[in-house]
Design a protein around this ligand. Structure first.
Ligand code: SF4
Ligand code: SF4
Length: 428
């Protein structure tokens, strides 16, 4: 094999098994095929020609690409990266429902209209009616997706802030498409906090979707189309000091443009420049807000909080302490979520995974829900829309009195409840 062999990394595997306990799909049913070690063996079989790539892609679709195994492996094997390479050659076919959904989310105005329609659907009582009689049961995927809709998405949306008179920084806010559709309160809450921190906030006109779903499925042409559109939108917003993504998966994806598109003759330079400007939300906002000396109150009725890591952000970008340190600014007790002895374990959402492998996704989630309920946390803070939807609907179904909210929504509520403004309350 040549030195450019994308699967060479698999040969480093010593079959030691250190990766097994951290892998959520292996923990799900103890099947070696769906362990990191098993997946590396499948990749090696493809590499040697004894297994067809198409067959392997299908079996390997059970991997969440969470990257927990990358951190656990003493030999430096990166199963998720190997699987991504394979998907780049043999993409996972998109689901019919998500293909339809992406037609909306790739397009900013369509997302806005769809978000309003969803609001009407929930507020008008139609949702209650459809759920009571299970009208959507003939379309299982649609019913499953509908069940994800959080009740709090129809609560009042914070007003967008006026620009500060003397901003210290100019920041581009990339509002994730799924967040805009399912969590319309996240972007204004994030903008208000950036504003409090003295930043002028610009939202790049024309930004639809960063390409994360296509990247995960290995659909390169669609990914490049989305990345090209994101770069064009960003170019209109420049110059900015930093780019903040309110969705964790978008930050991971846009930071990854440097790697995925960095050598592209047309897009390479712009991709590298944009990727270099992306700063993790907690890394950026936590210290800036602390430097302003703002005293936050407790989020409503909440005394105990836990942080749910987005797995790719934790295991791929090593963002672990920053959100926890930021949450220390709140007058609440913080708890850690430790599932089966491991921290930061994936909740099973995994983008399309929660529809593609619904049963396994929910089995993996059940572990996480048990951890949350045992932790005593009254609210779980998170920064990835898919995790929030998945965990929130699971807790609701289990009758648990635990809210799951985007971390900026929690902080904006805590700001409204600050000691010198006791009458302003909004969330959760
Ligand atoms: S992937 Fe790494 S941790 Fe897992 S069995 Fe192979 S060498 Fe060991
Ligand atoms: S990326 Fe996650 S789901 Fe996939 S093999 Fe590694 S630990 Fe398991």
């Amino acid at each position: 094999m040549s030195s450019k062999d994308p699967f060479a990394n698999a040969t480093l595997c010593t079959h030691c098994g250190y990766c097994l306990p951290v892998c959520p799909t292996y923990r799900c049913d103890n099947d070696e095929t769906h362990s990191p070690r098993g997946r590396v063996s499948i990749i090696l079989a493809v590499r040697s020609g004894t297994l067809s790539p198409r067959e392997a892609t299908e079996t390997l679709s059970r991997c969440l690409l969470c990257r927990a195994c990358h951190v656990a492996c003493p030999a430096g094997v990166k199963p998720a990266k190997l699987i991504s390479h394979l998907r780049g050659q043999h993409p996972l076919p998109p689901l019919r429902l998500t293909r339809w959904l992406h037609r909306i989310t790739n397009h900013h105005p369509r997302t806005r209209h769809a978000a309003r329609l969803l609001r009407w659907y929930q507020a008008s009582g139609l949702q209650t009616l459809l759920r009571r009689f299970r009208f959507l049961r003939f379309w299982p995927s649609l019913e499953q997706m509908e069940a994800l809709l959080p009740a709090h998405r129809i609560d009042p949306i914070p007003a967008w802030p006026d620009p500060p008179s003397t901003p210290t920084r100019r920041v581009a806010l990339l509002c994730g498409c799924m967040a805009r559709l399912f969590h319309p309160r996240t972007a204004p809450a994030t903008a208000n906090l950036l504003n409090l921190a003295g930043c002028e906030v610009v939202v790049p006109d024309g930004f639809g979707c960063c390409g994360a779903p296509y990247r995960e499925n290995g659909d390169k042409p669609a990914f490049v189309t989305r990345a090209r559109a994101t770069l064009a939108a960003f170019a209109k917003a420049a110059p900015v000091d930093a780019v903040i993504c309110d969705s964790a998966i978008c930050a991971v994806t846009v930071q990854g443009y440097a790697r995925t598109l960095g050598s592209d003759p047309q897009l390479g330079q712009a991709a590298r420049e944009l990727a270099a400007k992306v700063v993790d939300l907690a890394t950026f906002l936590g210290p800036l807000l602390a430097s302003q000396g703002i005293a936050f109150g407790p989020p409503d009725q909440v005394r105990t909080i836990a942080y749910h890591d987005h797995c790719q952000t934790r295991f791929g970008s090593d963002i672990i302490e920053q959100p926890r340190k930021w949450l220390e600014q709140l007058p609440v007790t913080q708890r850690e979520l430790v599932t089966a002895g491991t921290q930061g374990s994936c909740c099973g959402a995994g983008g399309e995974y929660l529809l593609r492998h619904a049963h396994h996704s929910q089995t993996i989630r059940a572990d996480k829900l048990a951890t949350i309920m045992a932790s005593g946390a009254e609210v779980v803070a998170a920064s990835n829309p898919g995790c929030i939807l998945h965990l929130e609907s699971g807790l609701r179904t289990n009758g648990a009195n635990v809210a799951v909210r985007h971390i900026t929504e929690i902080f904006w509520n805590a700001y409204l409840n600050r000691p010198d403004q006791p009458n302003l309350k909004e969330l959760p």
